[in-house]
Design a protein. Structure first.
Length: 486
């Protein structure tokens, strides 16, 4: 845990144009009283469903040294250490802007329709092998998360990695202008959030807003395999990007996949990274992880960090919680492999996850069935029924034995499945969980995936509760959550 002062009271007041009581020093920043750490500055954000001013007393009881407020909080002493501002969200943005201004770190910003968080975590691990590196935690990528992540960046950071997200046009530009990256990565453009866009090109335009904050002579790293590559490259050139580096299996990609051996728990890769031959292992399975690792190493090379150390770090990459995390559960004198993809879903991410079920060769897969438990993919607009039904070929090709489905949109997939694969459809995951629990057997591999709003995580929790989790845990899970600089 980092214990050096992150914000002194006077410095925070100057950054936010606020006034402070007390001579406190904060070693962290938080907007959630439930996760406040001792020494944090608590920012009382007023959101659509909550007002942080109601949790100031709780935050201080948990160890917060001060609170940023715009009105008198309840239940705190008259002499409580407070940082008074006109608006706490604006104050948080100002704190993030000041952190970026004082930092000498080289900054990378990551966006894309899918793969943002995993790519950001992998890049954090890759750069941390070379120097002090700070990264946004989890998926803190919106108008609260980006300034919060900046405000948490230690003064001595040499690299910073930030995830930027959106589901409407106009959301990424102000985040990029706040983060001011030297390098940007767009993992891909896919049919995600189609409810709010009329075409893929509009989604590409929204992602291309990331170029608006790129520092002069900055580098844009773009997916050469993606159908919107030329669209994004044109937008980058129009924005005055200093250099474009492409990645993928495409023959013209500068970070190019040369060879790929897929295994149930990892990928073994040979690649040319902008003129440098590299052979390495990625500790997460699936071709999508292999492709995104090229973007990671391209960013490392663009920043001038140690490419060899970064390539070694890729072996420690593991899928984040809810995004491919694997659990081997000791169950009924055997084992059950649970693949947790419960955090979110889109057509391309769903297909990639299903494909991992088709990668055979490990003991668990060899002994049992391949089971897919799938929930609706949300925000797909009028194309949703077709996009759900179009998952059938991926399930067939992966050799999936049984499919459980929930949600009105997944009914379109369920009805289109070959009869032998149709196991159970329910309207909600809450109802489906009992059917899944009753059906699993030792040796099964079970994939659980759906949009966050479908609440698929309880199915994962129930399956993991069947026995002891005997998964081999990589120290990368700790690294991905920060090393005192997160």
């Amino acid at each position: 845990m980092n214990t050096s002062p992150l914000w002194q009271a006077s410095e925070a007041a100057a950054a936010t144009n606020g006034r402070t009581t007390g001579g406190w020093n904060a070693i962290g920043v938080s907007i959630d009283s439930r996760t406040v750490q001792s020494g944090d500055l608590f920012v009382a954000i007023q959101g659509p469903n909550f007002d942080g001013h109601g949790f100031v007393a709780d935050a201080m009881a948990r160890g917060a040294v001060a609170a940023m407020v715009s009105r008198e909080p309840d239940g705190v002493d008259a002499d409580a250490p407070l940082l008074w501002v006109d608006d706490t969200l604006a104050g948080l943005e100002a704190l993030g802007r000041a952190a970026r201004q004082r930092s000498k770190a080289q900054i990378v910003a990551v966006t894309g329709s899918v793969g943002k968080t995993g790519t950001k975590e992998a890049l954090f691990q890759a750069l941390a092998r070379s120097a002090s590196t700070h990264a946004s935690k989890g998926n803190l990528n919106n108008h609260w998360g980006a300034p919060l992540s900046l405000a948490r960046m230690p003064r001595d950071s040499q690299f910073g990695v930030f995830e930027l997200g959106m589901n409407h046009a106009g959301e990424i530009a102000p985040l990029s202008q706040l983060v001011r990256p030297h390098v940007v990565i767009i993992t891909n453009v896919e049919p995600v959030h189609l409810e709010f866009f009329s075409s893929l090109s509009q989604i590409a335009d929204a992602k291309a807003e990331i170029f608006e904050g790129l520092e002069p002579d900055g580098v844009a790293i773009l997916n050469r395999d993606n159908g919107l590559y030329e669209h994004l490259a044109a937008a980058a050139k129009a924005a005055g990007v200093g250099r474009i580096v492409s990645f993928g299996a495409h023959n013209e990609a500068q970070a190019r996949l040369i060879g790929l051996a897929q295994h149930p728990t990892c990928n073994c890769i040979s690649a040319d990274i902008d003129g440098q031959a590299v052979t390495y292992k990625v500790g997460a399975p699936g071709r999508h992880w292999a492709i995104n690792s090229l973007a990671v190493l391209a960013a490392v090379r663009a920043l001038g960090a140690d490419l060899g150390l970064a390539a070694l770090a890729m072996a420690d990459v593991v899928a984040p919680k809810g995004r491919g995390e694997r659990h081997v559960i000791a169950y009924d004198e055997g084992t059950l492999l649970v693949i947790d993809e419960s955090y979110n879903a889109s057509p391309v991410a769903m297909t990639a996850a299903i494909q991992t079920l088709g990668v055979g060769g490990d003991e668990v897969l060899a002994k049992g069935r391949r089971i897919a438990v799938l929930g609706d993919m949300l925000e797909l607009g009028p194309t949703s029924p077709a996009l759900h039904a179009e998952l059938v070929p991926a399930l067939v090709e992966a050799g999936v034995d049984r499919v459980f489905a929930c949600g009105p949109q997944m009914k379109h997939l369920f009805d289109a499945l070959p009869r032998h694969m149709r196991t159970q459809h329910e309207e909600t995951a809450q109802v489906l969980v009992a059917k899944v629990m009753a059906a699993v057997q030792p040796g099964d591999t079970v994939l659980i995936k759906g949009s966050l709003g479908m609440a698929m995580a309880p199915i994962v929790q129930a399956l993991c509760g069947l026995g002891e989790d005997i998964s081999v845990t990589s120290h990368a899970a700790t690294l991905a959550n920060g090393n005192g600089n997160g």
